[in-house]
Design a protein around this ligand. Structure first.
Ligand code: NAD
Length: 484
């Protein structure tokens, strides 16, 4: 497959190149080899993108919701038709196994385009009667939106931000992560093929400085970031200086609680999904697994046995179920945390933290038991395949410990006790909670964080509030009374 894109950027309906921009190597995580190169956006490229997106916005907003929605739904159909190629590209970009990318990435991107495409025609204001007078509200777009992506779900993030933004009549400039720059270009091309007018959805490449230039430009009305908490703090502050709207999808250190009455097999499945899918590089992962003392050893034994079935290897082989880390840097970070876990006295159940032999950034799944709340591996986001298992005996105690974190992205509970399940879900300080499952993220449900894990919600009807604003229009039917 051709991994080198036609050009680095997609602006105003065309691929655009400016080789004066700094070179960014695209590295296939399974081999460590350079598979493509793009150039960071120069000031001229950024100016072109900003001017194009600004220019296109009024006309795009003037189309009916039905017309805009039809384009998004057509783009969803094209994405599904090209699922194989898009999945292969996603695997090249991220190293995630084709077994995952073929069912999660372009497909969930298409879901977002279809869902918000369907919703575009339904977006309305309301009528408020005030005696004889009345107010009506108009739901209006924010204007020019900037999307900035993380590297773990490059196709999905490009669509999760683009679809609601475009449905509401905004235009978008999307900057993918410099680690995974390829997939968003395909999203832009597909939207263009589906009929999105030039300038409606643009992609520019670059590192944090390019993102920062976009965020601070006066023409930009909203910024939606998916990234780490430290980056979120910077981007939020920069957006605040211009009183811009923000959505912040940030990091997490989410708890998963397994009570003594849980179905152990399901709980182990949830823990595997919530720690090792995408080699652990998922923001909402439940990396603090609190297991009731009575079932802890049974849980650990079953988990270790199930992990033996992980097929680690060539991500393009459909049998492979566990791929490499996205980059040498991420591998390094993960190894550092494993070393800290060992040094701070956690018990290594499986894995070693050593990179696997051969090319590529591979590390085996790691499970630590006897982890305590104060250990670094229980407090900081690792963003890799490292599960920390902690013991508990009492519900109130485990709830306090589960919530004792600056993060609040997700949380899960496994129990057969119906009332306890809902009580625990209500008590979690997190944006997305799971009962007897983990990490489902359907487009119909709001997704986002509380506390330092984020601001705003993606997906679902809730996203509309973050990509539109209401204008109230007061209408007086009689004379105007004035004091003098
Ligand atoms: P990161 O914070 O390093 O980078 C995210 C993006 O921000 C990149 O595109 C980067 O170039 C850009 N950026 C960096 N500095 C910037 C600045 N000053 N101004 C504007 N843009 C800037 O994150 P990452 O390493 O790419 O991704 C991993 C992180 O993302 C993890 O913390 C993970 O939890 C989080 N994440 C969150 C979600 C979610 O939905 N909540 C989803 C995926 C990943």
């Amino acid at each position: 497959m051709q991994t080198q894109p036609k050009a680095s950027h997609f602006i105003n309906g065309k691929y655009v190149e400016d080789t004066n921009g700094a070179k960014i190597d695209v590295i296939y995580p399974a081999t460590g080899k350079v598979i493509a190169q793009v150039h960071a956006a120069t000031p001229a490229v950024l100016e072109f993108a900003l001017a194009s997106a600004k220019h296109a916005q009024a006309k795009w907003a003037a189309m009916t919701g039905t017309e805009r929605g039809r384009i998004l739904r057509r783009a969803a159909d094209i994405m599904r038709e090209r699922n194989h190629d898009l999945s292969v590209l996603e695997t090249y970009d991220t190293g995630k196994p084709y077994q995952e990318t073929s069912v999660v990435d372009a497909t969930s991107g298409a879901d977002a385009l279809e869902y918000f495409g369907g919703m575009a025609a339904t977006l309305t204001g309301e009528h408020i009667q005030l005696g004889e007078d009345w107010v009506y509200t108009r739901r209006e777009p924010l204007g020019l939106c900037v999307g900035i992506g993380a590297w773990n779900y490059p196709t999905q993030i490009a669509c999760w931000k683009g679809a609601p933004a475009l449905a509401c009549g905004n235009t978008m400039i999307f900057k993918p992560s410099e680690t995974t720059p390829l997939c968003a270009l395909q999203v832009a091309q597909i939207l263009h093929e589906a009929g999105a007018p030039a300038g409606v959805y643009n992609v520019v490449q670059g590192l944090g400085d390019v993102g920062a230039s976009l965020v601070t430009d006066a023409r930009v009305d909203k910024v939606s970031l998916t990234g780490s908490v430290p980056t979120g703090a910077k981007v939020y502050a920069a957006a605040a200086a211009g009183i811009k709207h923000v959505t912040m999808e940030l990091g997490g250190k989410s708890p998963m609680i397994v009570f003594e009455d849980a179905d152990i097999e399901n709980a182990v499945s949830g823990a595997i999904l919530g720690n090792f899918y995408s080699s652990g590089q998922v923001c909402s992962n439940g990396t603090r697994v609190f297991v009731h003392k009575d079932i802890k050893e049974a849980f650990l034994a079953r988990l270790a046995a199930r992990l033996e079935n992980a097929v680690i290897g060539d991500p393009m082989d459909p049998a492979t179920s566990f791929g490499p880390m996205v980059s040498a840097r991420q591998l390094d970070i993960v190894q550092g945390y494993v070393a800290k876990g060992i040094a701070e006295g956690a018990r290594l159940v499986t894995g070693s933290g050593d990179p696997m032999e051969g090319d590529g950034f591979y590390i085996k799944p790691v499970v630590f038991a006897d982890v305590t709340d104060d250990m670094t591996i229980a407090r900081e986001e690792i963003f890799g395949p490292v599960m920390a298992v902690l013991d508990f005996e009492d519900e109130a105690d485990v709830m306090a410990r589960a919530n004792d974190t600056e993060f609040g992205l997700a949380a899960g509970v496994f129990t057969r006790d119906l009332t306890r399940a809902h009580r625990v879900a209500a008590g979690f300080e997190a944006g997305t909670c799971y009962i007897n499952t983990y990490n489902d993220a359907p487009v119909e449900a709001p997704f986002g964080g509380s506390k330092r894990s984020g601001v705003g919600r993606e997906n679902s009807k809730a996203a509309i509030a973050h990509y539109s604003q209401l204008k109230s229009v007061y209408v007086r039917m009689g004379d105007v009374e004035a004091p003098f």
